[in-house]
Write a protein that binds this ligand. Structure first.
Ligand SMILES: [Zn+2]
Ligand SMILES: [Zn+2]
Length: 419
């Protein structure tokens, strides 16, 4: 008799062998094949939109891109409509504030004054700009010269402006964003993800983010994204949540009904606008992948995509290492797990790579399509000239980052979950 631990699948009752350190999933019905953290989050409007889109939309876009003549940002009726709508919405918001100011300062009756005051209060609550905080450790040029040189060289190759800031964080991903009034560009490096990538794959992920930068994806989407934010705020404002109006009697049902219908109108406007953004941003991912293949080579771009699915393995290892108080070798342990993968885990990763999800819970297209799209392009080879000492310096800087992140991750985990 083997002493292997077995669990029963909660969906189909099939028994599932448990391999410590790896995801326990059902080979019969695919239960838990790709556990994500997103399940815990409440369904935002964007999430509701994504679950409506489904696999078909992803497939349609993938097919559309097989036509070699497509451009990065095609001008379609949908995009023109989205920009026009967003523009009008912003104009209406500004108009609302102007109206409020007019009513307050040029009011002839107390009623007009009150109305102006209420409109102004609503506008302030709705449109007060929130500064998005970017989490992570700022990487200064003087401390990480090689990493900055690498980013400069990628920017150079792409004829793109240099990025303004680099940050490292403890997430299993990478990102590019713009922040502040001056819209500074920030590239975020998730050290857990980078810890399982080799240097070439790391460069491929950074080149993907720089591809978004070179194609000005964020700038282009800004107006529409802001409009989506406004609609989201209106939805939250209109949708009746509390019954404090009950004191005014049965009339409150009428108010609740009207508010619900108005919220529905906002919801459908959000869906329509969100759909155009969704298409744009998914398309942008394919083009960023192509940049990645051009800079780091097709092989590294494809293998880096495959390693994105190691996220659950990383979090399980974090949990395990955090419980051993004497061990601090988190990333070494993660690499050990990703180097010698058991057959069952290999089958899980392959299955994810080979299938498109039924509902889209991600801002990125299914890995299957991304890999296929990369493979139908002409094969790219490594496009940067890097001597050995530069590579060595880069590896050293990444090792330094791992050390700092490792300590913080374990301390945080132990403080939150164990102590
Ligand atoms: Zn099952
Ligand atoms: Zn991307």
């Amino acid at each position: 008799m083997s002493n292997q631990q077995v669990e029963v699948c909660p969906t189909c009752g099939h028994s599932m062998p448990v391999i410590p350190g790896y995801v326990t999933w059902c080979e019969q019905c695919d239960w838990n094949i790709s556990p994500t953290e997103s399940d815990a989050k409440s369904p935002t409007l964007m999430r509701r939109l994504q679950s409506r889109l489904g696999a078909r939309s992803a497939n349609l876009l993938y097919e559309e891109l097989s036509n070699a003549a497509v451009s990065t940002h095609p001008v379609t009726l949908g995009t023109i409509g989205a920009y026009l709508f967003s523009f009008l919405l912003h104009a209406a918001s500004i108009g609302m504030v102007c109206l409020a100011i007019h009513e307050i300062f040029w009011s002839r009756t107390i009623g007009e004054f009150m109305l102006g005051f209420i409109i102004l209060a609503v506008s302030v609550v709705l449109f007060w700009p929130v500064k998005r905080k970017i989490h992570g450790m700022k990487l200064h040029r003087s401390d990480y010269p090689a990493l900055h040189r690498l980013m400069d060289e990628i920017a150079n190759q792409l004829n793109a402006p240099k990025v303004d800031r680099l940050v490292a964080n403890s997430e299993f991903n990478a990102f590019i964003t713009r922040t502040g009034m001056r819209r500074k560009s920030v590239v975020g490096i998730g050290i857990p993800l980078f810890s399982v990538l080799n240097l070439q794959e790391k460069i491929s992920v950074l080149a993907h983010e720089m591809g978004h930068h070179a194609n000005a994806d964020l700038t282009r989407r800004f107006i529409v994204r802001q409009a989506l934010r406004t609609l989201g705020l209106w939805y939250g404002f209109l949708f009746p949540k509390t019954d404090y109006l009950e004191i005014i009697g049965p009339f409150h049902y009428v108010i609740a009904f009207i508010r619900k219908r108005l919220a529905d109108v906002v919801y459908y406007a959000y869906l329509l606008l969100g759909l155009s953004v969704w298409k744009q941003s998914q398309r942008a991912e394919y083009f960023a992948d192509m940049t990645s293949a051009r800079i780091a080579g097709t092989e590294a771009a494809v293998s880096a995509l495959g390693k994105m699915h190691f996220a659950p393995t990383f979090f399980m290892t974090l949990k395990k290492v955090a419980h051993y108080r004497y061990s601090n070798e988190l990333f070494e342990e993660v690499r050990k797990f990703t180097r010698s993968i058991p057959e069952k885990e290999e089958r899980r990763l392959n299955k994810i790579r080979e299938s498109a999800p039924a509902s889209l819970d991600d801002t990125h297209p299914p890995t299957l399509y991304r890999i296929r799209h990369l493979n139908r392009q002409p094969v790219g080879s490594f496009g940067l000239s890097m001597d050995e000492s530069f590579c060595e310096q880069l590896n050293q800087e990444f090792a330094q980052l791992e050390k700092a992140t490792e300590r913080r991750l374990l301390d945080d985990y132990r403080a939150w979950y164990i102590e």
